[in-house]
Design a protein around this ligand. Structure first.
Ligand code: NAG
Ligand code: NAG
Ligand code: NAG
Length: 256
């Protein structure tokens, strides 16, 4: 008796789960590529796919109709100086389930976030429709700071530290010595075409008589300060320092 009730309950859950129209949309960062947004759908099991309309910032830019486009369809759209590549595919010949994958491939730094919407419609006579949207935030958190000692060939008491971090937008790097915020000497950012990220670097002349130097990557995201793990350098921990000195000595010898 109990067993029977359980089975009926389970069956009704499964039945509801597989018969209702459902649309799911997700987005994420894919290293060395860009942002990938995926819209997948499940129609009533007795329905078939009429169309999928895709919108960017509320403007329809594409319609996928299996009747015209077939079970699989690809199309590419320019977007600022980048490309949005769309790939739609039905998992069965009525398109009861399927998905569209939208890849924002980065060639240049993105200029703004996107709002992608996906509107899935079943066939006549019902044209059951469901629309979902998602914000594609063109943000990649800054990576942990790394400090390298720049060989200068000068005294070991004073070294130049080069701190780096990558992210989107470009991380800014701030230095502190002890508790004091100190200005950097030089800094720069480079867009890396392979990683599709900004690489930031910042130079600081460190003298060993002072306390340890800390470099913290940070970035402003919608008015919120996002910090990454800091890197620290002190004259006492000579691991990095000694390498720097050896390289400087070698350089000095080579350059004679
Ligand atoms: C398909 O199934 C749903 C739910 O069981 C039902 O309401 C509908 O009448 C059926 N037929 C069509 C053409 O959608
Ligand atoms: C500091 O590091 C960055 C990134 O690796 C590099 O591009 C830059 O040339 C370095 N600067 C110096 C002075 O070594
Ligand atoms: C760019 O990023 C790739 C990793 O994606 C890295 O291997 C390469 O060294 C970087 N180039 C520069 C100039 O930093």
């Amino acid at each position: 008796m109990r067993m029977g009730t359980k089975i009926i309950l389970l069956m009704s859950v499964v039945w509801i789960g597989s018969s209702a129209t459902k649309v799911e949309i997700t987005t994420g960062w894919k290293p060395e590529l860009g942002f990938v947004t995926e819209c997948s759908w499940t129609l009533y099991s007795n329905d078939s796919l009429q169309s999928v309309r895709l919108y960017n910032n509320e403007q329809q830019f594409m319609i996928y109709r299996p009747e015209n486009n077939g079970r699989e369809h690809m199309q590419t759209f320019p977007l600022n100086e980048n490309f949005l590549e769309v790939h739609c595919v039905e998992n069965d010949d009525r398109g009861v389930t399927g998905k569209c994958i939208l890849t924002l491939e980065l060639f240049k730094p993105p200029v703004a976030d996107l709002t992608i919407a996906c509107e899935v419609s079943g066939e006549r006579p019902m044209f059951r429709m469901l629309k979902k949207d998602i914000i594609v935030s063109t943000f990649v958190p800054p990576t942990e700071a790394v400090i390298n000692v720049v060989p200068t060939g000068q005294s070991a008491q004073s070294v130049i530290l080069n701190c780096t971090s990558t992210g989107l937008p470009a991380p800014s790097l701030s230095w502190t010595v002890g508790d004091q915020k100190v200005p950097h000497d030089f800094s720069g950012v480079v867009w890396n075409k392979t990683s599709k990220l900004w690489h930031s670097w910042s130079l600081f002349s460190y003298s060993e008589s002072t306390s340890e130097a800390t470099c913290t990557p940070e970035v402003n995201m919608d008015g919120q300060l996002v910090k990454a793990l800091a890197a620290m350098y002190s004259g006492a921990s000579r691991v990095v320092g000694i390498q720097g000195v050896i390289i400087s000595i070698l350089l000095a010898m080579l350059l004679r």
